[in-house]
Design a protein around this ligand. Sequence first.
Ligand SMILES: Cc1cc2nc3c(=O)[nH]c(=O)nc-3n(C[C@H](O)[C@H](O)[C@H](O)COP(=O)(O)O)c2cc1C
Length: 180
Amino acid sequence: MEFIDVIKARTSVREYSEKQVEEEKIIYVLECARLAPSSANKQCWRFIVIQNKVTIEQIAKTTIINRWLKTTPVLIVACADPTDSGTVNSIEYYTVDVSIALEHIILAATNLGLGTCWVAEFNEEKLKELLEVPKRIRIVALTPLGYLVDKKGITEQITKTLLKSNKRKTLDEIVHHEQW
Ligand SMILES: Cc1cc2nc3c(=O)[nH]c(=O)nc-3n(C[C@H](O)[C@H](O)[C@H](O)COP(=O)(O)O)c2cc1C
């Protein structure tokens, strides 16, 4: 796909087919994360790849609005070791580092015809306990990874309508030239 077509094709997918994701595709998207830039090249990101159906169901239950996660065949938990990143102008860059890497995963997955969705609503404490994540590590976001279903389900239709998710601000609304 042309790069702009990957950008345009990416959309939040909230329902997945039962079809398994090929192992080489999982490795490919993780490799794309590995190559991301990071603050002082510290690479504070850590990923947990979950394919166990029971664990995925347990994680879905720790959320309020993201119960639909239970349909995904793969769940990637994007974590950070904040002690392995930097703070500049009072901005803690570990969330930025992990977000860049996760977006690499998301765009790489789109290019392979796989669906994803940024997920930030989850219970970090419960998730850390369930996945035996060390205390110092933060969980920044999750993404499902899987094939799309043929017909969009009701969750997807309602969410897209509520979020007006295809609507974006115009360049005039977000860009200043020379000065604010
Ligand atoms: C940081 C972040 C957190 C998000 N958290 C959630 C979430 O918890 N659940 C969800 O269904 N979508 C979540 N989204 C997806 C957004 O709702 C979605 O990207 C937005 O509505 C635009 O739609 P699109 O991704 O289909 O273009 C999140 C997106 C971002 C970037």
